[in-house]
Ligand binder design. Structure first.
Ligand SMILES: Nc1nc2c(ncn2[C@@H]2O[C@H](COP(=O)(O)OP(=O)(O)OP(=O)(O)O)[C@@H](O)[C@H]2O)c(=O)[nH]1
Ligand SMILES: [Mg+2]
Length: 378
């Protein structure tokens, strides 16, 4: 499936239908009173989080989402038809921003969660409501109330507990393949992975977590080099980042320097990402002799005393089960501390998108036909 994680959309809810102006006409009742019904409500535009989706690709083709207007009121006091709401499905993890100022309006983090993007307009009142002691045949009604329209930005930030970052070829996709059912492509050239992959890692009874594999990062990523930067937002919500470092890179570069280079890229991307707990995972241990493994481990431990450091091999499984167990424990602990809250606090609390129409003031007593359909009852 193709992957798209940022789109701009226009939403418009339906206008309310107009109230009718109509009078009762019956055989032996020459002057029946007003019986124009109210207009129907316009449809709402509602976003629903759906766990079966994992991309915003559908919005590449549909950027304008409009609900229909309400039906006009009719004679015999009949209310116009209300229009159905338009439900738009998005993946869980979708953030909705106001396009104008980038302000976060909603964060859909639970399956089935619904948010109102644009409230449909209420129908106008028909002339049935405007009869008074001095005006028994009011020729007035209200037009429908307009719907709301707005430009919004949808941004998908995948919901994962553990994020894998590292240079291309570091072994990220190999690790997620080893510990989960995810099957991203693995190959010995850089940039094998072009879009994020999620894998569910099970560890013992009732203990599982989601791991995200994103495309490799390269120096200059924070200025837009390569692919990885565009995908870093998918690890923003993770409880821990694993920074994978190849112990024997094909280009013969120094693993320790590589680690430092990427760390500075991450901090250039975002300070809050740097503040995230990070574990250093040295990969491809099987390529080194035991002495060489001990040597590289102690070199890293001396240089980075305050970071947890692991040595693994996705080929022979060395260190993988221990890593999995420790991650499961870490994630469980984070969930205990933070509940089901995913990721960093957003820049603004969710607000209600649609404003509720206040009750209209009663109209002044004057004859004034609105531009509405006038229906005469038979
Ligand atoms: N010997 C050995 N090779 C490994 C190990 N893990 C990965 N590799 C190899 O390293 C190469 C790159 O692995 P990937 O898992 O595709 O690396 P990646 O980090 O996902 O790379 P990108 O998607 O390009 O960012 C592949 O040829 C793998 O077979 C390991 O533990 N031992
Ligand atoms: Mg990969």
């Amino acid at each position: 499936m193709r992957f798209l994680d940022e789109v701009k959309i226009f939403v418009k809810s339906g206008d309310g239908g107009a109230g009718a102006i109509s009078f009762r006409r019956e055989k032996y009742i020459p002057k029946g009173g007003p019986d124009g019904g109210d207009g129907g409500r316009g449809g709402d535009v509602i976003l629903v989080a759906d766990a079966h989706l994992n991309t915003l690709i559908d919005f590449r083709y549909v950027q304008h989402i409009k609900a229909r207007r309400g039906g006009h009121g009719m004679g015999k006091g009949r209310t116009g038809k209300s229009s159905p709401n338009v439900l738009v499905k998005v993946p869980v993890g979708t953030v909705v921003r106001d396009d104008a100022d980038g302000h976060v309006l909603f964060d859909l983090i639970e399956e089935g969660q619904q948010v109102l993007l644009a409230r449909g307009g209420d129908g106008g009142r028909g002339n049935i409501h405007f009869k008074t002691s001095t005006n028994r045949a009011p020729r007035r009604s209200e037009p429908g109330f307009p719907g709301e329209e707005r430009w919004l930005r949808l941004e998908l930030k995948l919901l994962a507990d553990v994020g894998l970052v590292g240079f291309p070829n570091a072994g990220k996709s190999s690790l997620i393949t080893k510990v989960s059912a995810a099957r991203p492509k693995v190959a010995d050239y850089p940039f094998t992975t072009l879009t994020p992959n999620l894998g569910m890692v099970s560890h013992g009874y009732q203990s599982s977590f989601v791991m995200a594999d994103i495309p490799g990062l390269i120096p200059g990523a924070s200025e837009g080099q390569g692919l990885g930067h565009a995908f870093l937002k998918h690890v923003e919500r993770c409880a821990v980042l694993l920074h994978l470092v190849d112990v024997l890179p094909m280009d013969e570069s120094d693993p320790l320097e590589n680690f430092q280079t990427l760390e500075s890229e991450l901090s250039a991307y975002s300070k809050s990402l740097t503040a995230k707990p990070r574990w250093l995972v040295l990969t491809k241990a099987d390529l080194l002799s035991e002495e060489a493994q001990t040597a590289i481990l102690s070199r890293f431990q001396d240089a980075f005393a305050d970071i947890p450091i692991r040595l693994i091999s996705s080929v022979n499984g060395q260190g993988v089960d221990d890593l999995k167990a420790d991650l499961a424990q870490w994630v469980a602990q984070c969930r205990l501390e933070h509940g089901d809250h995913w990721g960093e606090p957003l820049d603004d609390a969710p607000t209600k998108a649609g404003k509720v129409r206040e009750k209209p003031d009663p109209l002044p007593e004057e004859e004034d036909d609105h531009d509405v359909e006038v229906i005469w009852a038979p």
